[in-house]
Design a protein around this ligand. Structure first.
Ligand code: NAP
Ligand code: ZN
Ligand code: ZN
Length: 361
């Protein structure tokens, strides 16, 4: 018998979903709406695996509605456009990130900061405008208003481009906003995973000296030789950390789990900025004295607006800023999630949806 998710809309869709907080993903039949007049429909070819997908399928933030089809680093090819679509045509290479809707009328939306809209429609796991649930990119097709669709230049292969849609924009936006994009600055990056390696790449493209602060000694050699990292500190090595005190202008913190902030604040120069991007389940402890004594700033940042996302993609294409991906078949995705838990990733898993996801309608 057909489930509710299969009957909501006229168009059949197929993906992989988690049914409960075990987070185990398995095949899932559902449906998507018809292509509306401002909608772009795409065949999904690749979907990146963000740590937020992992937090969500395990209900670590306590806000997951099951079944959930994750995936918000989506690339593919346009298969249909509505009659009023202006930016895209059938056959275009496109991407969809973390947002498929927003209110369009609040100040943040007016300022092209849809990512801070109080009523965003996330790409998966929330109620859409018609009361149905949104489902993400671990699936064969997507449909979204053209405002939330990004053009991918031909010079960016679609597998490599996928992680830019979340990891890329999430690090690019704060580097610009907090003035950490100036040549010659000393920039720290904490956690060398999906977001972290993109922070390294964009900071290097802006002309920074980059220091990685990591828990994984086995990532050091490749980080220096391949990613061009200037300095690699093991966070548990107190001698290394002490030697670097007061050296950094800004730090991008991408750690997905609880960790102490005090040593990181110590690495900042006076007036330095620690920007939090990771979303650990447990609140972190913020020591105040080290902030007061150097007029330091601790801030946060969340994804990016659609205009800035397109600018980031165009910058990445122009300056050859390309994510390092491990392309996997869909039936490897549960193993990939286990590896993500162990920080065993260099540096982003991308699911080859086009070649390995087979619908069983
Ligand atoms: P990821 O690929 O798993 O990378 C996280 C890295 O953090 C790991 O590779 C590891 O790097 C480090 N790490 C993991 N556990 C740690 C621990 N217990 N202590 C210290 N370091 C640890 O994850 P991601 O996809 O980059 O996402 C990172 C975080 O950002 C997640 O919480 C995710 O939900 C969040 N996020 C936020 C936004 C936003 O808009 N703000 C957007 C996307 C994702 P090392 O091996 O180098 O230590
Ligand atoms: Zn993400
Ligand atoms: Zn809004």
């Amino acid at each position: 018998m057909a489930t509710e998710a299969e009957l909501e809309h006229p168009r059949k869709a197929f993906g992989w979903a988690a049914r409960n907080a075990s987070g185990l993903l398995s095949p899932f039949n559902f449906s998507r709406r018809e292509t509306g007049e401002k909608d772009v429909r795409l065949k999904v070819l690749y979907s990146g695996v963000c740590h937020s997908d992992l937090h969500m399928i395990k209900n670590e933030w306590g806000e997951t509605t099951f079944p959930i089809v994750p995936g918000h680093e989506i690339t593919g090819i346009v298969t249909e456009v509505g009659s009023k679509v202006q930016k895209f045509k059938v056959g275009d290479n496109v991407g969809v990130g973390s947002l498929v809707g927003s209110c369009h009328s609040c100040q943040d939306c007016i300022d092209n900061l849809e990512n801070y809209c109080p009523n965003p429609i996330l790409t998966y796991g929330v109620e859409d405008i018609d009361g149905t649930m949104t489902y993400g990119g671990y699936s064969d097709s997507m449909v979204a208003d053209e405002h939330f669709v990004i053009n991918i230049p031909d010079t960016l292969p679609l597998d490599v481009a996928a992680p830019l849609l979340c990891a890329g924009i999430t690090v690019y936006s704060p580097l610009l906003y907090f003035g950490l994009d100036k040549p010659g600055l000393n920039i720290g990056v904490v956690g060398l995973g999906g977001l972290g390696h993109m922070a390294v790449k964009f900071a290097k493209a802006f002309g920074a000296n980059v220091t990685v602060i990591s828990t994984s000694p086995n990532k050091k050699e490749e980080a220096i030789q391949h990613l061009g990292v200037d300095s690699f500190l093991i966070s548990s090595d107190h001698d290394q950390m002490n030697a670097a005190i007061g050296t950094l202008d800004g730090i991008i913190d991408t750690v997905s789990a609880f960790h102490p902030l005090s040593p990181l604040i110590g690495l900042l120069k006076s007036h330095g900025k620690l920007v939090m991007l990771g979303a650990p389940v447990k609140p972190l402890e913020l020591p105040v004295f080290p902030l007061l004594l150097g007029r330091k700033i601790v801030a946060g940042s969340h994804m990016g607006g659609l205009k800035e996302t397109q600018e980031m993609i165009d910058f990445a294409a122009k300056h050859n800023v390309k994510p390092e991906v491990e392309v996997i078949p869909i039936d490897y995705v549960n193993t990939a999630m286990e590896r993500l838990v162990k920080a065993d990733v260099k540096y982003r898993f991308v699911i080859d949806i086009g070649n390995t996801l087979k619908a069983n309608f």
